[in-house]
Design a protein around this ligand. Structure first.
Ligand SMILES: [Zn+2]
Length: 339
């Protein structure tokens, strides 16, 4: 994609195109902000623009050999690193020091085919500590004709010394209008075009994220929301069976846990909004209003806020090495208390 055809992110685009215009592109950038809002796309576009053989020196043409090779990640001067799992069953993927060393070897040479080497490190916070320290050396003595771009949705997990050597560019969630345009511009393929109601559903639930808008499995979401609303409606000290059944069922599915807790947060947010009398347009799960309004009314606003906090705290604990079953039980006991 060229800068002019990317939707949203006007500020990051402006910073980068100005830098291209003034030949003041930094040695190192940190693109930070929510997942799936265009960070990787803009990093790729910057790499293309820096090496494009097309007519416009300040943008990517997307058609020349260089742009096409970068798009397919086969350009010899474009390096893309992302976390990988050491074994298929490993809990979390990471970027290891071997990958950084390999990269450093390649950066020692001048650009092979293009004008500028560009390195993109996606989910940079998942570099392990040795990898971060090793990469720090590259940032301290940046190789010539090289632009380093770190991408992160959690920049607070990067070493401060690493952060201080990058120019930070903040990305924001995409507007509903942009998400709608992106959904509508998807090639239809063999499937039937989306119904307007489904587009509305996807826009409302996207939270400004393209992946979420495009990839969510609606049937799966509907089933999960039903299960979660039942927990929110019925859990109490009289119904501890729900606590134990829920904790046991989800504790084993560690990969699914954060998305499930995100869904739970979204529902509690909506219930709190219904409880405080907000209008339908602010609600993400507005299609469930008939079911949700009575549930919202059954608890105080404070109880919903307490439940929200309990879920957030559980998410934070589970992003470390906490025991999922124990923390899920604890979260639901806090739900019981917040009556
Ligand atoms: Zn080009």
């Amino acid at each position: 994609m060229s800068f002019k055809s990317i939707l949203g992110q006007s500020q990051p685009k402006k910073i980068l195109t100005n830098a291209l215009q003034n030949s003041s592109v930094a040695h190192a950038y940190l693109f930070y902000g929510p997942d799936s809002v265009g960070k990787k796309m803009l990093a790729t576009t910057l790499a293309k623009a820096l090496n494009c053989k097309g007519a416009d020196p300040l943008d990517a043409c997307d058609e020349c050999e260089s742009c096409r090779k970068i798009e397919r990640r086969i350009h010899p001067d474009f390096f893309y690193l992302e976390p990988v799992k050491s074994t298929p069953t490993a809990r979390e993927a990471s970027i290891k020091i071997e990958a950084i060393r390999e990269l450093q070897k390649k950066l020692a040479y001048l650009p092979y085919e293009g004008k500028t080497k560009v390195v993109v490190i996606d989910s940079a916070e998942l570099m392990n500590p040795q990898a971060m320290n090793s990469f720090l050396k590259t940032l301290e003595e940046p190789p010539s004709s090289t632009v380093l771009i770190l991408i992160s949705a959690n920049p607070n997990r990067l070493l401060p010394t690493l952060l201080s050597r990058c120019q930070g560019i903040q990305f924001h969630r995409l507007s509903s209008a942009n998400i709608r345009t992106i959904i509508q511009s998807q090639p239809e393929g063999e499937e039937e075009p989306l119904k307007e109601s489904e587009i509305d559903f996807r826009v409302h639930r996207s939270q400004g994220s393209v992946t979420r808008a495009l990839e969510e499995d609606i049937a799966e979401v509907e089933h999960l929301r039903e299960q979660l609303l039942e927990v929110l409606e019925k859990v109490s000290f009289e119904r501890m069976d729900i606590v134990f059944a829920f904790a046991k069922a989800w504790a084993r599915q560690t990969e699914q846990l954060q998305p499930v807790l995100n869904e739970l947060l979204g529902l509690i947010r909506d219930l709190a909004l219904y409880r405080s009398g907000c209008s339908q347009s602010d609600i993400q799960n507005g299609d469930l209003s008939v079911k949700m309004i009575p549930i919202a009314e059954s608890h105080s606003l404070k109880a919903w806020m307490d439940r929200f906090t309990a879920v957030r705290n559980t998410q934070i604990a589970l992003s470390g090495n906490a025991n999922p079953q124990l923390f899920l039980e604890n979260m639901l006991i806090e739900f019981c208390e917040a009556a």
